[in-house]
Design a protein around this ligand. Structure first.
Ligand SMILES: NC(=O)c1ccc[n+]([C@@H]2O[C@H](COP(=O)([O-])OP(=O)(O)OC[C@H]3O[C@@H](n4cnc5c(N)ncnc54)[C@H](OP(=O)(O)O)[C@@H]3O)[C@@H](O)[C@H]2O)c1
Length: 327
């Protein structure tokens, strides 16, 4: 059984006397800094020179400081940088300025699970990984709610790392909803696997292939676009609210019967084999190695994907429809 913690299981007292340095003021960094500050904790924001996000932090009322200064002066260092830059920024601007007894907070287990940074032996290494984007973390916090998070401790230098971890999760609002205890490895593997197999890899690939199938067979692209892409939200909402069984109860008998046939046909033993291959690539570190080692190639792969999607009939149809129909 998963161990789940709520507001009642923690308090801010673990961090009340600490200064929390937020390094990286992007998606997660901004939301976490604002939530922690609104929770009454002491927050400083680090930004590099000429940083666009540093300018946003100043607008939000923070006085930004260099990463080096924050590394030297803050008790808790929240590493809210893109995963691919963490190693370089840590080596150049954090490690040389550290003194003993720091707590490091990560929003994703990637850097620690894949051993791309080596933190001091006396440090706390804490994971508080919100289960959604920073904007959602912030908007729910403002509404008095919270975004669930996954929490873990990889190293307990202070002897109080898990208590600090829950306290941080309270500060960003996540214990209002509930936080689930995990490990850095489990969070990393499950997160990467699901974004590749379902959320950002599998579902968009299925949408594109299904749209192309209809259009190549002579059906109107506008209809194909609405059925294959726009209606995903309706089903996603049902899945989110009621699970797969609840979704099935809410659709027509025709859809129930059709999905029973097509679902099994699409996800057969070959697909399951491919899913296992994707999982192994993540578990063995092969994915992380290629992601981190191939700078240049990595950007090119991403740019090619984005460019081909921008040029696609699917994207053109969507853009055109957006001006004609109010969804
Ligand atoms: N995005 C999400 O929804 C999400 C959800 C859960 C967990 N996470 C995790 O949260 C962490 C942060 O991800 P994110 O998406 O929030 O990152 P992000 O928005 O891409 O981070 C941007 C921030 O990092 C700074 N930055 C980028 N490269 C830098 C460099 N070389 N040196 C110094 N600063 C640099 C940027 O500063 P400038 O403005 O100066 O460029 C900006 O403040 C990651 O571990 C990620 O896996 C993200």
């Amino acid at each position: 059984m998963a161990r789940i913690y709520y507001d009642i299981d923690t308090s801010l007292s673990e961090l009340q006397d600490s200064i929390i340095g937020i390094i990286g003021y992007g998606n997660q960094g901004r939301a976490q800094a604002l939530n922690l500050r609104d929770s009454g904790l002491s927050v400083r924001v680090a930004a590099r020179d000429q940083s666009p996000s540093g300018a946003i932090a100043i607008k939000d009322g923070f006085e930004t400081e260099s990463i080096e200064r924050v590394a030297a002066n803050c008790d808790v260092l929240a590493i809210m940088l893109p995963d691919e830059v963490i190693a370089d920024v840590y080596k150049a601007s954090i490690e040389p300025y550290l003194t003993s007894g720091r707590s490091f907070v990560f929003a994703h287990g990637f850097a620690i699970h894949n051993k791309i940074v080596s933190l001091p032996d006396d440090a706390d290494i804490i994971l508080v990984a919100p289960t959604g984007p920073g904007r959602k973390l912030r908007s729910l916090y403002i509404e008095g709610k919270g975004l669930p998070a996954l929490v873990a401790v990889a190293q307990n230098g202070s002897g109080r790392a898990f208590e600090k971890c829950l306290s941080y999760a309270l500060g960003i609002g996540s214990t209002r909803a509930g936080v689930i205890e995990t490990t850095f490895s489990e969070e990393t593997v499950t997160d990467l696997f699901c974004e590749q197999s379902v959320l950002c890899g599998g579902v968009p690939a299925l949408i594109k292939a299904s749209f192309d199938t209809l259009v190549e067979s002579g059906y109107q692209p506008e209809l194909a676009y609405i059925s294959c892409l726009k209606e995903v939200k309706l089903i996603a909402d049902l899945l989110f609210e009621r699970g797969i069984d609840g979704m099935r109860e809410s659709i027509s008998t025709t859809a129930q019967y059709g999905s029973a046939l097509a679902g099994e046909e699409l996800v057969d033993d070959r697909t399951r084999h491919k899913l296992k291959k994707i999982l192994r690539r993540i578990e063995t570190g092969e994915f992380a190695r290629s992601f981190l080692a191939t700078e240049g190639e990595r950007e090119a792969t991403i740019e090619n994907l984005l460019a081909s999607e921008k040029r696609s009939r699917l994207a053109r149809t969507g853009k055109d429809l957006q001006t004609k129909i109010q969804f």
